[in-house]
Design a protein around this ligand. Structure first.
Ligand SMILES: [Zn+2]
Ligand SMILES: [Zn+2]
Length: 321
């Protein structure tokens, strides 16, 4: 294993940086000079893409026959030695921090190798697995990330809500939406108060046109104190309200806005739809107040422009607010 140069061999610039790139069919960590563009070093490690598990090689994820890997031929001892040398390249003391450091520097293949070894050898295999899966996702190796996650929930991650929610998102990203929603449900069963997972679940339900369930989940999310999740829940509620308005289902809009309570004033779409609802009921002053609120939150919102004539607000009068 050769040590990569600290400066450019061509122009001596110290501004050299790593990035992971595809060269033909092969993924490489490449070190390039930022001044003259010279390629200073390139590493294309054997990548462990198949799921980790007892009896598999850290180096290439092949199956071991006795002590020898049936794919790359490394003995268990050489396998361990290779990863010690890889760790030395990062200057870190343990596999997990070595992996994080390599990823931060742009050496994502090296990071993946160290995270994989950490699944076997670190005292926090669950954290290592999360890191390994997120690196596979970053490298756009979604199938490999999905397979790793599937093997995780079949084994030590069986009762881990993070493993299940990650599996759900990966399945949805790979086009398996039904299975993905089921995995998210499993995650929520294990950890019902994870509002962010519930927010994403609500959003996926809406995308799958399961509107009644999406509505119910969005309201649950909004009853949490999590601001990130609230944004998701509010987004789902606003999309649903917009759909109901499109159907001119006044009763359902009214019902939804009533359930949302004070959240309506926090969202431009919902405030504008409230203006529409007041207008339908002949309450023009309330309609104007609601549209002013929508304008305050988002002056360029298309519904604001669409409704200003209807509720009797002159375009120029916004400037007074
Ligand atoms: Zn250079
Ligand atoms: Zn191997």
């Amino acid at each position: 294993m050769s040590t990569p140069p600290l400066s450019c061999p061509n122009c001596r610039s110290a501004f050299v940086s790593w990035r992971t790139e595809r060269v033909g069919d092969v993924l490489c960590d490449s070190l390039s000079c930022e001044t003259c563009g010279t390629l200073c070093a390139q590493e294309d490690w054997d990548l462990p893409l198949d799921p980790t598990g007892p009896g598999f090689c850290r180096n290439c994820s092949g199956k071991r026959r006795g002590p020898i890997c049936s794919r790359c031929g490394l003995s268990a001892q050489d396998d361990a030695q290779v990863h010690l040398e890889l760790l030395e390249l990062t200057g870190a003391k343990d596999l997990l921090s070595g992996s994080a450091l390599a990823a931060e520097k742009g050496r994502r293949l090296l990071a993946l190798k160290l995270a994989t070894a950490a699944v076997y050898d670190s005292p926090a295999p669950g954290v290592a697995r999360l890191l390994r899966i997120s690196l596979l996702q970053d490298l756009d190796l979604l199938q490999a990330a999905l397979f790793e996650c599937q093997s995780w929930v079949r084994g030590p991650g069986e009762n881990d809500p993070h493993a299940w929610s990650l599996l759900g998102e990966l399945q949805i990203a790979c086009g398996k939406r039904g299975l993905g929603l089921q995995a998210l449900e499993q995650a929520l069963e294990l950890q019902p108060d994870d509002a962010q997972v519930r927010g994403r679940y609500a959003s996926h339900l809406f995308d799958d046109q399961r509107y009644a369930q999406a509505r119910e989940q969005a309201l649950l999310v909004l009853s949490s104190k999590d601001s990130v999740a609230s944004t998701l829940g509010l987004g789902v509620a606003a999309s649903y309200a917009q759909r109901l308005k499109g159907q001119r289902d006044q009763a359902a809009v009214e019902d939804l806005l009533e359930d949302l309570g004070h959240w309506v004033q926090r969202d431009a779409t919902l405030s504008a739809i409230q203006a529409w609802l007041f207008n339908q009921k002949g309450a023009q002053r309330e309609a104007q107040d609601a549209l002013r609120q929508a304008h305050k939150l988002d002056p360029k919102h298309p519904l604001v422009g669409e409704l200003e004539d209807l509720v009797g607000i002159k375009r120029w009068s916004w400037f007074g607010w």
